[in-house]
Design a protein around this ligand. Sequence first.
Ligand SMILES: [Zn+2]
Ligand SMILES: [Zn+2]
Length: 256
Amino acid sequence: MLIDTHCHLDFPDFDHDRELVLKNAFSAGVGAMINVASSLEGSRRAIGLANACPGVYASVGIHPHDAKDCPVGAWPEIKCLAGREKVVAIGEVGLDFYRNISEPAKQAEIFKKFIGLAQETKLPLIVHSRLAQDQTLEILKDHPGLSSTGVVIHCFSGDIDFLKECLYRGYFVSFTCNVTYKKADAIRQVLGYVPLDRMFLETDAPYLSPEGKRGKRNEPANIVELAHAVAKIKQVDFDKVCEQTTRNAKLFFKIG
Ligand SMILES: [Zn+2]
Ligand SMILES: [Zn+2]
């Protein structure tokens, strides 16, 4: 069994065949999926989906791209959503300085608010960090209590120093199908350093389809290909990768 710890099944990309996508995932051995929210509306949709589908869980959060669109006055609803059934995490939240779709100061403001919510609810935090390693570490450093409820840096694309600091602080890291890309030697090298008991697998579907399916929509069933790639990189059995990463995810997100 595998767990897709980060996918966006609530996106319109899945509107025409969501049921089939879920069926494919279960047939491929994916036992659970976390539908990660990226906006207020997405948080509502994620919870709706989780309530309608066994095996699907939800998070509540606002992606740094969407930080600028966080409605003033939304906070009471966000807090309420975070307490709903099947909500297993806060996120994705963080910093993305690749395109700065939201102003960096706004991103940091929203990130900090959700960190506070994670501490309040004692839910683990799913962090998105792109071209913002130092600033991410700096903000998280002010909240040492987070390590006990859990922090995961998702779609890990950082360098080895960033990785070392994350592991030292007790954070988890999670990898997507981009580790299968021909030019992804740097990510594979970093992955090689991560102990199997500190990582999760995720598709980030509909994004980042594995090599051979690039350009197409990604879906949770493809996490099997990622598990094979991780097994090869770490030179361990495929079954061992599945068993350990699933155990990590179950404990971290308190699933099952
Ligand atoms: Zn992300
Ligand atoms: Zn995502």
